[in-house]
Design a binder for this molecule. Structure first.
Ligand code: NDP
Length: 249
């Protein structure tokens, strides 16, 4: 079974929550030699900086996912570090969620546009910027991976039965769009042996997930990484949970 993780991995929103938990989990893996941990304020990323001090594999870098020049700067830094090598895994993890309550309220253009920009347009732009590095060494036996961190809120089929529909409307719409992007990317890039998946990581205790979530972020990260390590080219375009089971589009 090919193991698509490593040696080089890029993670957005790596300073806290699930992104940081991915870094902590991946740094334990022997085959992972470079983890590019991107965040918008490295100067304030205390936990990530402390981890990077202990593990030279972790490269902390500045990248606001909605800032094209910072994306270009990150690509340059990664290219310089990798030399002739390619990038194996891109985690589009950074996202925002502004809850607006469970009842119907008048749509707020600013909130909708912020969610569109950060949760949907940005992963598309970030992926495009890293595509040539992802294509570089990917093969049928060891495909490169684009991991779009989605949510159960992105399921169109389940929207009628989810109690929180109005409260997460901006968020849910962007995650449904991200799932569509995964399908397009997987369909277009299968010829380059790139596997794109949307992953619902579980409801996890983070700032976004709140302390009421049933599962720890460490457990969520571990489960996602184990699932990713079992993926192959035939899994392209899937929308899965952290155990690799199909979610309903
Ligand atoms: P958090 O709110 O805890 O963390 C969000 C991360 O995204 C932070 O690192 C934040 O950085 C970063 N971020 C936000 N905007 C930007 C930006 N413009 N540029 C760069 N980074 C940015 O969320 P989680 O860790 O819980 O969520 C991680 C992913 O998991 C998200 O995609 C989320 O939708 C998904 N998810 C989470 C669930 C949960 O229960 N926790 C459930 C389902 C899906 P900063 O510190 O600078 O704000």
């Amino acid at each position: 079974m090919p193991n698509p993780l490593g040696p080089s991995i890029f993670i957005t929103g790596a300073n806290r929550g699930l992104g940081l938990a991915f870094v902590k989990e991946l740094v334990k893996q022997e085959q992972v030699t470079l983890i590019f941990a991107a965040c918008r304020n490295p100067d304030q990323a205390d936990a990530l900086n402390a981890l990077a001090k202990k593990h030279p594999a972790i490269q902390v870098l500045k990248m606001d996912v909605s800032n094209d020049s910072e994306i270009a700067g990150a690509v340059k830094l990664v290219k310089d570090k990798l030399g002739d090598r390619g990038l194996y895994v891109l985690f589009n993890n950074a996202a925002i969620l502004t809850e607006t309550g469970a009842e119907y309220i008048k749509p707020d253009r600013k909130i909708l546009e912020q969610h569109m920009s950060i949760n949907l347009v940005s992963p598309i732009m970030v992926t495009d910027a890293f595509l040539s590095l992802l294509r570089k060494e990917s093969s049928a036996d060891k495909p490169s991976l684009v991991v779009n961190i989605s949510s159960d809120n992105g399921s169109i089929q389940d929207a009628m039965t989810m109690g929180t529909a109005w409260g997460n409307i901006a968020y849910g719409i962007t995650k449904a769009g991200l799932n569509m992007y995964t399908r397009y990317l997987g369909s277009g890039e299968k010829y380059n042996n790139i596997v794109a998946v949307s992953v619902h990581p579980g409801w996890l205790r983070t700032d976004m997930g709140t302390p009421d979530a049933p599962d720890s972020v460490e457990h969520g990260a571990e489960a996602v990484i184990e699932t990713l390590s079992k993926l192959s080219i035939k899994d392209n375009g899937r929308y899965i949970n952290n155990r690799g089971r199909d979610m309903r589009f």
